[in-house]
Design a protein around this ligand. Structure first.
Ligand code: NOJ
Ligand code: CA
Length: 695
């Protein structure tokens, strides 16, 4: 593995060809470096821009048109001519400050098309395509010009016309929240409107039309995987995709506000990238780095103040009802004594962070803005919580506090307090915060995924960069690869997380949930799912709820679900004396290499990752509600080493529903010629650590 330890090896090629096109030459093509993906761009007779995409000579995006509806202006989308095109090739290898892989190759061919209207206004727009071996990104540039100054976008109409009635994994195009179970249906059966239920979620929910949120992932009849998303969502509205189930078409539907405005910008500006990941293997979607590659390089070279970590917390108590956030509740969990006990527990188990929720004033009726009397304040603790003492005690034990800011989506209040709240963290040398945006947005009329909120989440990232605080946002805007540019964007929710298992009234997350999430939500970036509950039956706290996986499946999630912060969320007493705790102690959180060994979306996944800084490998395998036999070749291990493998497995009679908490631990010696036979039970899993043997 020495080659990965060498210093950053950046090689870069940049070639530029510029060509003036003749007026009647209205078509131009560009391919991926390996020539498997081809994009064709052309203008119709009416001067309307169109594109198509093929993969291995099979059409995957049929003729699709792009245009914009603007306020007080004629629509921008026809009467164009191509004034110039430029093609270039780019190839670099960059290092992730933290991530799934130490090094990332960013290799693409680019085509930039300069369009100008033929008649009077001569308005201009450029379309840039980047074609990679793993997919396509394209964006629009609005240059500075006489007749386009302030631009108010009422609709962006980017079409993605499909070539078949694909199998789709989708959630509704909610403007406020992504916390849904994934549906698996034919494209023609997508019915997002049935989800409109304002009472169903912790946050507000608004699904105005039959649309899906991104990333949305599909499989064609010929076995090709496609996933649609966006990259570098900056100062723009989030994109949902409206579906035309009859004609098998999708069209961008930006999230707006009560005033009907989607985006307001001043030229020059550029839109986020519209992305299409394309692959032959399900696992390649996860290994793809298209989304981060389409973001700018990091603004900082290192981030020594933040290290990927596991973190425990005063949190699950509130979700299973053994503690309360508010001081007037029956047991205010965020108290100094409990926090110190948890610090001791964390330091004994190689856990370097501790989150405390409910530490600050304002939690009385926190989710109900109308009834709320005390407002949140992000610097004033409740009387039984000695913030400074806890921070100091944690430091003495190598455990750093993870700050918590639940603002109930009162953005006006939070933005007023942000300076003092972040200054406090800077002073205490607390380097990470979990933020929360439960409920509808104040100012009223804005939605979580609109331009106003995209800009708010951006402000928080910038504040974090300034004060050395990494951000883990709940009820966030979707991940679009900004973690490359702003490495403080460590993780986020934006998924139906573990907490639903504690209180949802619909039976919780089914066993298949996390065999879909890595291929959909997680293509955007890391997820704060909070895996690792050992008391999966939730007895005696919750009679009507349980977690629909085995304990071994929970362990495997530390490998399957990538995040540089991984919670160890269960009550301490459920971990103590448990031999499976050794896996949580050992498992890495920052990686040299990550590989999907085998997978089918919605059925199962087997991941292997090599830890950065050690030569240890970890493997996680999970299955849906079906039991499964898997033969796993260990050919990813170093050829010249033997390893002590520790397998944390389901027992033959384990079952996610009837017998979830039993497991076996097996130790054996393996090398890269070994094939392991894994038997996963229904809802089961297997977690394995591979530690090289010293000669
Ligand atoms: C929702 C978050 O997802 C959850 O983790 C948190 O405990 C509550 N909000 C309160 O902030
Ligand atoms: Ca399945």
């Amino acid at each position: 593995m020495k080659k990965y330890l060498t210093l950053v090896n950046v090689f870069l090629t940049f070639l530029l060809f510029s060509c003036e096109l003749k007026e009647n030459n209205k078509q131009i093509a560009i391919s991926s470096p390996d020539e498997t993906i081809k994009v064709n761009f052309f203008l119709s007779d009416l001067g309307e821009p169109h594109y198509t995409v093929s993969f291995k000579n099979e059409s995957v995006i049929d003729t699709s048109k792009v245009s914009f509806d603007l306020k007080n202006e004629i629509a921008l989308g026809s009467d164009f001519e191509i004034v110039k095109t430029e093609q270039s090739t780019f190839d670099e290898t960059w290092s992730m400050i933290w991530g799934e892989d130490k090094q990332v190759r960013n290799h693409y061919n680019e085509l930039k098309i300069y369009l100008e209207e033929i008649s009077v206004l001569k308005r201009k727009i450029n379309i840039v395509f980047r074609v990679y071996d793993d997919g396509v990104g394209f964006r629009y540039e609005f240059p500075k010009q006489e007749y386009l100054d302030e631009v108010v976008i009422l609709d962006e109409n980017t079409e993605f016309n499909l070539t078949g009635n694909h199998k789709v994994w989708w959630i509704p195009g909610d403007w406020d929240i992504y916390e849904y179970l994934y549906n698996t249906t034919k494209f023609s059966e997508i019915d997002a409107l049935k989800y409109y239920n304002p009472k169903a979620h912790l946050g507000q929910t608004y699904v105005p039309e039959n649309a899906v949120n991104t990333p949305v992932t599909m499989k064609t009849d010929s076995g090709v995987y496609l996933s649609f998303h966006e990259a570098d969502l900056t100062n723009y509205a989030g994109m949902t995709l409206a579906v035309d189930t009859e004609n098998l078409k999708m069209k961008s539907e930006l999230v707006g506000n009560a005033k009907g405005i989607k985006v307001k910008r001043q030229t020059p500006f550029e839109t986020p990238w519209r992305t299409i990941q394309i692959s032959q293997r399900a696992g390649d979607l996860i290994e793809s780095k298209l989304i981060v590659n389409l973001n700018d390089p990091s603004k900082i070279e290192n981030m020594s103040y933040f290290k990927p970590m596991k973190y425990t917390g005063i949190w699950w108590d509130m979700h299973i009802g053994t503690g309360s956030w508010d001081y007037s509740g029956s047991y205010h969990a965020a108290n100094t004594k409990y926090a110190k006990e948890m610090i001791d527990f964390a330091s004994e188990h190689n856990i370097e962070g501790m989150l405390v929720e409910g530490w600050n004033i304002g939690w009385e009726k926190w989710w109900n803005k109308k009834q709320k009397k005390v407002h949140f304040d992000f610097v004033t603790p409740y009387p039984d919580y000695d913030l400074e003492e806890i921070v100091a005690y944690g430091k003495s034990k190598g455990v750093e506090l993870v700050m918590h800011h639940e603002n109930s989506a009162d953005i006006l209040l939070y933005e007023k307090q942000m300076d003092t709240a972040f200054a406090l963290m800077e002073k205490l040398e607390v380097h990470s915060v979990k933020t929360g945006y439960v409920s509808s947005i104040i100012p009223e009329g804005e939605y979580h995924h609109g331009q106003y909120m995209v800009n708010h989440y951006q402000k928080v990232l910038e504040k974090g960069m300034e004060t050395q605080v990494a951000i883990n946002a709940h009820e966030p805007i979707k991940a679009t690869g900004k973690r490359r540019t702003y490495p403080v964007a460590i993780s986020r929710e934006g998924v139906r997380g573990q907490e639903y298992n504690a209180w949802s009234k619909d039976g919780g997350n089914p066993p298949e949930h996390l065999t879909i999430v890595p291929f959909t939500r997680m293509l955007g970036g890391p997820v704060d799912y909070t895996p690792g509950i050992f008391n999966t039956s939730l007895k005696p706290y919750k009679v009507d709820n349980q977690i629909n996986t085995t304990l071994a499946h929970q362990l495997a999630l530390y490998v399957v679900l990538y995040s540089p912060v991984q919670m160890v969320p269960d009550l301490m007493k459920h971990y103590k004396e448990h031999s499976a705790m050794q896996f949580i102690k050992d498992v890495g959180v920052d990686w040299n290499i990550s590989k999907v060994l085998d997978a089918e979306i919605g059925d199962f996944i087997v991941m292997a990752r090599q830890e950065k800084g050690t030569e240890n490998w970890f493997l996680g395998a999970i299955t849906d509600e079906n039991k499964r036999h898997l033969e796993v070749k260990l050919d990813f291990l170093d050829a010249d080493k033997t390893y002590k493998a520790r397998l944390y497995k389901d027992k033959p009679d384990s079952h996610y529903h009837n017998n979830p908490e039993v497991y076996d631990i097996e130790e054996r010696q393996v090398d890269n010629k070994t094939t392991l036979a894994l038997n996963l039970v229904a809802g089961g899993g297997c977690a394995i650590s591979f530690i090289p043997k010293r000669e």
